[in-house]
Design a protein around this ligand. Structure first.
Ligand code: KIV
Length: 266
């Protein structure tokens, strides 16, 4: 039986040039499906604020809500590495609070946490890793800064911005991050970052050169179609299938063909 994926395995993958595959998961049923597909890493992303809670952004997601979803995922997962996304305001206060909040995710079964930002979070990354909490960094388009960035847009377009991104990636690595998500940056910039650091880069809208790729589960399964960014590929169309199934159920109930004798007790 395959043993549980660890952060050491992910770092080894970069050295072996074997891609890392990560998707989001928010509940036990989908976590089981994701694990059955052999996915290495599950991120309980604060993207749940949009795809599960129906909000416009991730900013209102709370620690308690994240803990609720992390518990559901970790109760179902046996082999994949589970990473908990730290929600907005759970790590922007004191370093002590940030470490405490990160530790709460490990108490409910996550193996690591992810947080957004560069220089402002270096002390938090350092403190967490000192206390044995592995941290995945997140650079480029950082959704919790959507208002500061003026919307969800591609980052690091100029040479100086690319240089800064490289410096930021080196800084989070030096602070102790075991991997870094690069979101919505040009493929060339992501390649440069990937070559500049020894920790794995996991891209989302960052081209093929990254050491791994992540997508939001509801996006890749075609469950969420309110907004489909350019970087999303829908590998299934589950929303269409679900609507079709529900329409059929409605029709059969109204036409009294469901339940039939097969679904009825004598
Ligand atoms: O919240 C999330 O799902 C994420 C991924 C998109 C990387 O941060």
């Amino acid at each position: 039986m395959k043993s549980r994926t660890t952060i050491i395995d992910l770092q080894k993958r970069k050295r072996q040039a074997k891609k890392i595959v990560m998707v989001t998961a928010y509940d036990a049923t989908f976590a089981r499906i994701v694990e059955e597909a052999g996915i290495d890493v599950m991120l309980v992303g604060d993207s749940l604020g949009v795809v599960v809670q129906g909000k416009d952004d991730t900013l209102s997601v709370t620690m308690e809500e994240m803990l609720y979803h992390v518990r559901m995922v970790t109760s179902a997962v046996r082999k994949s590495l589970v990473i908990a996304d730290m929600p907005f305001l759970s790590y922007q206060g004191t370093i002590e609070d940030a470490v405490y909040n990160a530790g709460r995710f490990l108490q409910v079964g996550a193996a690591a946490v992810k947080l957004e930002g560069s220089h402002v979070v270096l002390d938090r990354i350092g403190a967490m890793t000192e206390f044995g909490i592995p941290v995945m960094a997140h650079l480029g388009m950082t959704p919790q800064s959507v208002h500061q960035l003026g919307g969800y847009r591609v980052q690091a377009k100029s040479r100086s911005d690319v240089d800064r991104l490289i410096e930021d990636a080196k800084a989070v690595e030096a602070a102790g991050a075991f991997a870094v998500v690069l979101e919505a940056v040009g493929a060339d910039a992501a390649k440069e970052v990937t070559e500049a650091v020894s920790i794995p880069t996991i891209g989302i809208g960052a081209g093929v050169a990254c050491d791994g790729q992540v997508l939001v589960l509801y996006d890749l399964l075609g469950l969420f179609d309110a907004f489909v960014p350019k970087f999303v590929k829908q590998y299934a169309h589950l929303k269409t299938d679900a609507v079709k199934a529900l329409r059929e159920f409605k029709q059969e109930v109204e036409g009294e063909t469901f339940p039939s004798s097969r679904e009825t007790y004598d």
